[in-house]
Design a protein around this ligand. Structure first.
Ligand code: ADP
Length: 408
């Protein structure tokens, strides 16, 4: 079964085509600047048995998602020759950012489900409309093909109310759904599903702290396989310090700064989302590679940004040790989590009180999925590259084959 996985943004999309259940990526690619006359499409098609892989790029006018998806299908079939025809695509899995309280699992896309995604637009005004655009465009260009929604929030629906509620008037939760939802759920679910293969213990008996540290970043406490708390909140702005997002700040800063600087609420929100975090403190960049380089060359502001970033992640780890009364596995994933030995070492150097001992060589020189703590360490520390697309493909395959086995 071939499953196309789609992640649609407002002016971009990314895709991967999987052959399932082999979990083989046949082609991956993306289109940027949709809605312009110089939209850019790049792809990499994998050949058979490691032979004959090839890449392509093109620039053309692509006015909307429908046209973009037509071009994706053209590349997948005629241009790359990966498939003979679009009829070989059995199902499409979509990343959807906000499922609100309605979705704790992935689901087939029906009119009701689309309605619910629309209901949650207010909670994710940047993401859900773009996700819906992709879904509706796909229905047009591949009519009759099963489509599945996989929600970033779903994994965190297992949080108990005492963890997901904010200590503000309860009526705001009842009237306006104000609560913690959490994000990066598909990533936290994927990496935690890999833990038993690395540590040879059942996830159902483990306390895991998962640190997804990319441009966006979140830390999740996973007890017996279920998310019980996570650092992102009603929106992805809460929690640890990120590339350009602030993470936690005192809510009173908003009134004070908007008055002093004569800013609107929108200006303030944009400042917290796009001009804060590593970028805001360093004045240089939200990209950890640039911060690390500048720090090494003696930039005091980049060093400060790095130290704050590390400290704020470490505080959440400490909080989740308390939340679960212990931790068995600490894992790092995503761009920074997978690729910055320095950040991992600095965090772990402050967790020795847990009996955690890092293996410096495994941390600094190893590659891919691995344990980076010593055999004497009381907490197993792992690096696990995330793979949200594979998780979406798996969920899609599971739902479609379930349907087939029921003879529908
Ligand atoms: P996104 O949230 O957009 O998916 P990623 O998970 O790709 O982001 O993470 C992007 C971040 O990873 C950037 O800050 C980038 O600098 C960082 N990163 C990538 N490679 C390295 C590296 N070798 N060392 C440090 N940081 C890295």
């Amino acid at each position: 079964m071939n499953v196309l996985v789609l992640n649609c943004g407002s002016s971009s999309l990314k895709y991967q085509l999987f052959r399932m259940p082999e979990e083989k990526v046949l082609i991956r690619g993306g289109i940027e600047k949709i809605g312009s006359d110089d939209a850019q499409h790049f792809y990499k098609a994998e050949g058979q048995d490691g032979q004959g892989s090839h890449e392509g790029t093109s620039t053309s006018e692509i006015l909307d998602h429908r046209e973009a998806l037509r071009q994706v299908l053209h590349v997948v079939t005629r241009e790359s020759g990966v498939l003979q025809s679009v009829n070989e695509i059995s199902a499409v899995g979509h990343r959807v950012v906000h499922g609100g309280e309605q979705f704790a699992l992935s689901t087939f896309l029906t009119d009701e489900v689309k309605h619910a995604i629309r209901d949650n637009v207010e909670l994710a005004p940047l993401h859900n409309p773009a996700n819906l655009q992709g879904i509706e465009a796909m229905e047009d260009v591949l009519p009759g093909v099963k489509q599945v929604a996989v929600f970033d929030t779903a994994f965190h629906q297992s949080m108990p109310p005492e963890h997901y509620l904010y200590p503000i008037p309860y009526v705001l939760y009842k009237r306006h759904k104000v609560r913690r939802y959490g994000f990066h759920g598909t990533s936290h679910r994927y990496v935690s599903s890999r833990v038993p293969f690395l540590v040879h213990r059942d996830l159902m008996n483990l306390k895991v702290i998962s640190c997804h540290i990319g441009n966006g970043a979140s830390v999740t406490a996973i007890q017996n396989g279920r998310s019980i708390d996570t650092s992102m909140g009603m929106t992805p702005l809460e929690g640890v310090m990120m590339g350009t997002r602030s993470g936690d700040i005192d809510p009173s800063i908003q009134g004070y700064v908007t008055a002093k600087e004569e800013l609107t609420q929108e200006d303030f929100a944009s400042m917290l989302n796009k001009h804060s975090g590593l970028f805001g403190i360093s004045g240089l960049s939200g990209d950890m590679r640039k911060i690390t380089e500048a720090r090494a060359k003696g930039s005091a502001r980049s060093a400060l940004a790095f130290d704050m970033y590390e400290y704020r992640i470490r505080k959440y780890i400490g909080a989740y040790v308390a939340a679960m009364n212990g931790v068995d596995v600490l894992l790092f994933t995503a761009g920074v989590g997978e690729n910055s030995p320095l950040l991992r070492r600095k965090i772990c150097d402050h967790l020795t009180y847990l009996g955690l001992e890092i293996d410096v060589q495994a941390n600094d020189t190893g590659k891919g999925e691995r344990i980076i703590s010593t055999s004497a360490s009381r907490v197993t520390v792992c690096v696990i590259p995330t793979n949200e697309e594979l998780m979406i493909a798996r969920d899609t395959q599971l739902l479609v084959s379930g349907l087939e086995s029921w003879g529908k």
